[in-house]
Design a protein around this ligand. Structure first.
Ligand code: F6R
Length: 605
């Protein structure tokens, strides 16, 4: 996704802006640009492709100056090209800006500006902004930005500068994250979309709210439309570095055990067979009264929601629906005061998920967040919530965050269940098993070399099917999503029972299946599905519970996982699938942490 950065201070702005962009580049991008201001001049440099290309151009130009803004772009409106890269300027080349988000009414605005004689160079919606600001400019950039934004429909995180107002950055936000870091030295500011870009310089930040506009200028200190409280970033820069691993994805899969440990730390109460979730205390009485739950997310977070539905329905006796946010936002779900909604998101900034959250809040629905990013929009806007505490997830493909989400959903199940009919014995059992999960995941991770070999064996297949039932149906979906994202092979996930309703038509010896079949309540049903595939000469890798030797007779390969409660098996079964996706992509030489066409934290619709 697009990310922006800005700097004002005494240091070389270009160095800090480039570092900030590179720290946000994990999200995926396809072009980049900066504009740097000095005492006498303002110079804009852009490039297509990696930041290294921009770096080379900057070295040639030897840019000097201590204020400026920069951007990395992930193409949404207009193809990847130099002219479509940010920053954009007005006709006079006096105002420059960078923009994240989408301007929905850009066509109408562009027509109006063209009629007034403005000349556009790009195909983007963002360029409208620089011309619109120029149109309103009467001497104050801040006033012009304010007036221009009143005409905009859509989302923006915006930084604008003007040649006529040196050492001043105007920052504005609507539905796109924007942070202002207050530097160590008086009058130093670092602006960015992501805390990762600010944390190396300062921990003191202001998180702009929607509709706020800030004028950042050392002389005038920091002027924000509304008075805002300073926050302190809880962000460990070391944790966002690769360390000895070749890719963030592998590092993050390997961090699975500590992700679960962190999620449960201080929250399990084994003697009472329950959990203590501080973030839900205030709404605990309200939660006792609800009789329906909607679980909402996108992509991997939606798969976690689907697992949560099985957990909560079975153990907390609350009817649940799991929904994809992009669909739910255009449906008409029937909400009443006994319905609560749980929003699941690693980044807490996913546009579709936030749109549903905001719509539900307008209707008075109780909203709960399961979020990784502290201080994110989702965390701030939900009525209550539980942090997953997974630490920074840098790889575009989400892995450890999924484990964090499943762990919190299991704890939420105990929390809600114990408010209702869940017995002390059942509560104790789940809590005790949860505390063992880090050890079990660690044991599975030791099998990485085995899975690497298997990935090598299967990498030549162009298509792979994933099947599972009940708790492992969403894991089949997640296994397929992970594989297609990073290896670019075609992968599909289905409920085992659905095979013969259509997908079986595709199965033959060139189309292998990964069957998730731990020894649980649906094991025999999965074996029947495996037989159906075998009868069509389909090759099969089974994910089975340790010591199940009989499975070896009916499948080609087996990956063993360990025994646990059925509701917690997804925490174990997903790990080999994450590794399988990673190693397949590795054998195929893919760009694993930044898969083509994808971006992390999808802040546009
Ligand atoms: C898949 C992946 C995406 C995200 C989805 C939601 O590997 O990363 O499918 O899960 O974009 O993102 P968050 O959790 O940030 O809302």
């Amino acid at each position: 996704m697009c990310r922006l950065a800005g700097y004002i201070g005494e240091k070389e702005a270009v160095r800090i802006i480039m570092d900030s962009l590179s720290r946000q580049s994990y999200g995926g991008y396809d072009s980049a640009g900066v504009v740097i201001g000095s005492e006498s001049n303002i110079i804009c440099v852009k490039s297509v492709g990696r930041l290294e290309n921009l770096e080379k151009k900057l070295e040639e130009k030897k840019l000097k100056g201590n204020w400026g803004i920069g951007h990395i772009r992930w193409a949404s409106h207009g193809r990847v090209s130099l002219t479509n890269a940010h920053p954009f300027s007005d006709c006079q080349k006096k105002i420059y800006l960078v923009h994240n988000g989408i301007i929905e009414n850009w066509r109408r605005l562009k027509r109006k500006l063209l009629d007034k004689g403005h000349r556009f160079v790009s195909e983007t919606d963002s360029e409208i902004l620089s011309h619109l600001i120029e149109d309103y400019f009467e001497g104050s950039l801040e006033e012009a930005v304010k007036k221009a934004l009143r005409e905009i429909r859509g989302a923006y995180g915006l930084l604008a500068i003007s040649k006529n107002e040196p050492k001043k950055i105007i920052a504005a936000r609507l539905s796109s994250p924007l942070l202002i870091g207050i530097g160590e030295r008086e009058g130093e500011y670092i602006l960015a979309s992501d805390p990762a870009a600010i944390a190396p310089y300062t921990k003191k930040v202001i998180n702009l709210n929607d509709y706020e506009i800030a004028s950042v200028n050392p002389g005038n200190s920091l002027l924000i439309v509304k008075e805002r409280k300073l926050q302190f970033l809880d962000f460990d820069v070391k944790k966002s570095e690769k360390g000895p691993y070749p890719h963030f994805m592998l590092k993050e899969i390997m961090e699975g055990p500590e992700t679960i440990e962190n999620a449960v730390k201080g929250r399990l109460v084994p003697e009472e067979g329950t959990v203590k979730l501080g973030g839900l205390e205030e709404v605990s009485e309200k939660l006792k009264r609800i009789n329906r739950l909607l679980l909402v997310g996108c992509g991997t977070a939606f798969h976690a929601a689907k697992v949560g539905k099985y957990m909560i329905e079975e153990y907390a006796d609350i009817p649940c629906e799991a929904d994809v946010a992009s669909e739910l936002r255009y449906r008409k779900p029937l909400l009443d005061n006994k319905t609560a909604a749980v929003f699941i998101s690693q980044s807490g900034e996913t546009a579709d998920t936030l749109a549903v959250l905001r719509e539900f809040k307008k209707k008075g629905t109780l909203t709960i967040g399961i979020t990784n990013a502290v201080g994110s929009s989702q965390a701030r806007e939900t009525d209550a919530g539980v942090y997953t505490r997974s630490g920074p997830e840098i790889s575009v493909a989400s892995t450890k965050a999924f484990l964090g989400q499943l762990t919190v959903l299991a704890m939420l199940t105990v929390f809600l269940g114990r408010q209702r009919n869940m017995s002390l014995v059942t509560g104790k059992r789940i809590v005790s098993e949860l505390s063992k999960m880090p050890r079990l995941v660690r044991k599975i991770l030791k099998r990485a070399p085995e899975i690497k070999k298997l990935a090598k064996k299967y990498k030549r297949y162009q298509n792979i099917w994933f099947i599972g039932r009940k708790y492992n149906f969403p894991v089949a979906l997640e296994g397929a999503l992970k594989l297609k994202e990073v290896s670019y092979l075609h992968a599909e996930g289905t409920a085992g029972g659905e095979l013969k309703h259509g997908p079986l038509a595709l199965i033959d010896k060139r189309f292998p299946t990964i069957a998730i079949c731990p020894s649980d309540s649906v094991y025999d049903k999965m074996v029947s599905n495996i037989q159906e595939i075998r009868a069509r000469q389909g090759r099969i890798i089974a994910l089975a519970t340790e010591r199940n030797r009989e499975i070896e007779e009916i499948v080609d390969d087996v990956i063993y996982i360990l025994k646990t409660l059925e509701m917690l098996t997804p925490l174990l079964s997903v790990v080999p699938l994450q590794l399988f996706a990673y190693y397949t992509a590795h054998h195929l030489g893919r760009d694993i942490d930044k898969p083509k066409n994808l971006a992390k934290s999808v802040t546009v619709e």
